[in-house]
Write a protein that binds this ligand. Structure first.
Ligand code: AMP
Ligand code: TRP
Length: 327
């Protein structure tokens, strides 16, 4: 199947990105025609630094390759290297109503942050995302839960277009992992995100000491006092993280120990920190090596952009023809 996903070049990757999306891309690239893009045009819709953006773009590429994105298996490129993305955005914007865009949760939330100066780009964000996806006749889009609404919108745009112009686009489907919404270490009611402060997330390049420190101050189960309550530890954010990094045996021991108050939060957190670091260490080591050669990363991205553009140009020509733009 054809797969597309994207990520903004906005600094460090955290465990939410990794478990909710990136790790899945690595797995799925083995069996699908994968296209992975660093979506730098999307980054312009929020606060960004023009002088930092090039460095952040290369850093994100380095991170993703270190995690296991294989340019032999996935087409891996930077969005702005393929101008067909923005070209299609305009066409698609004429197949979606203003009302639909204003209803997007992310738009509503982000426009609250700076009420007096809501950028039009923030409103258009999901149209650009729909263009990313539809441009390649994508069937599956592996993302975290927060992006599902945008994929629904892409489906709707595809439907509207097909209805008026004739069958052109495939309606893509979102694909989630078992961690579609990893929660903040400080507030289990809120999703893990880069924007809420360093102690709320674990970054993929955190050292063991940092992970221990961050987990040390992380909120555990708010209802932990009711230790006899079956399933109590299921609700604990820390226990939830164990599911992704610890063996079944370790989890059983921790659950039993926690319920019977045989182990405290501290040892539970220490074990988790070690298991998380065991997974991150090889990624960090690989990252160090490939970061020594940013020119090689640039070449990989250029090569990827060429491959992506071949597909994009062919599809774009067909789309323009259908819309009546070729004469
Ligand atoms: P972002 O960092 O917001 O550009 O997100 C990149 C990818 O990671 C998207 O597919 C998001 O849905 C996913 N993602 C971001 N935060 C989380 C989270 N807390 N839990 C699970 N997935 C997430
Ligand atoms: N909006 C996505 C995010 O913030 C990034 C993204 C842009 C994307 N275009 C995409 C994800 C296309 C999947 C498919 O995470």
């Amino acid at each position: 199947m054809k797969l597309f996903s994207g990520i903004q070049p906005s600094g460090t990757l955290h465990l939410g990105n990794y478990l909710g999306a990136v790790k899945n891309w690595i797995k799925l690239q083995e069996e699908h025609e994968s296209i992975i893009s660093i979506v730098n045009y999307h980054a312009l819709s929020s606060d960004f630094s023009a002088s930092l953006l090039p460095k952040q773009t290369i850093e994100m590429a380095t991170d993703l390759i270190a995690c296991g994105i294989d340019p032999q298996k996935s087409i891996f490129f930077v969005q702005s290297d393929v101008p067909e993305h923005t070209e299609l955005t305009w066409i698609l914007s004429c197949f979606v109503s203003l009302g639909e865009l204003k209803r997007m949760t992310q738009f509503k939330e982000k426009s609250q942050e700076n009420k007096k100066n809501v950028k039009a780009g923030l409103l258009y964000y999901p149209v650009l995302m729909a263009a990313d996806i539809l441009l390649y006749q994508t069937q599956i889009v592996p993302v975290g839960e927060d992006q599902l609404q945008h994929i629904e919108l892409a489906r709707m745009i595809a439907r509207n277009f097909n209805k008026k112009i004739g069958k052109t686009f495939i309606e893509p489907r979102g694909v989630l992992t078992k961690a579609p919404r990893l929660m903040s270490l400080k507030n289990p009611q809120e999703k893990m995100s880069k924007s809420k402060g360093e102690n709320t997330y674990i970054a993929l390049n955190d050292s063991l000491e940092t992970i221990e420190k961050k987990l040390g101050s992380a909120i555990t189960d708010p209802a932990r006092k009711k230790i006899s309550d079956p399933g109590t530890s299921q609700k604990c954010n820390i226990y939830h993280l164990h599911q992704f990094f610890s063996t079944l045996k370790e989890r059983e021991e921790i659950e039993q120990g926690c319920r019977r108050a045989k182990i405290g939060c501290l040892s539970c957190k220490k074990a988790l920190a070690q298991n998380i670091f065991a997974e991150l260490k090889p990624i960090q080591e690989k990252r160090k090596k490939i970061a020594e050669n940013p020119e090689k990363i640039k070449k990989i991205l250029q090569k990827g952009a060429k491959k992506a553009q071949q597909i994009a140009q062919k599809n774009m020509k067909e789309i323009k023809e259908k819309v009546g733009l070729l004469f």
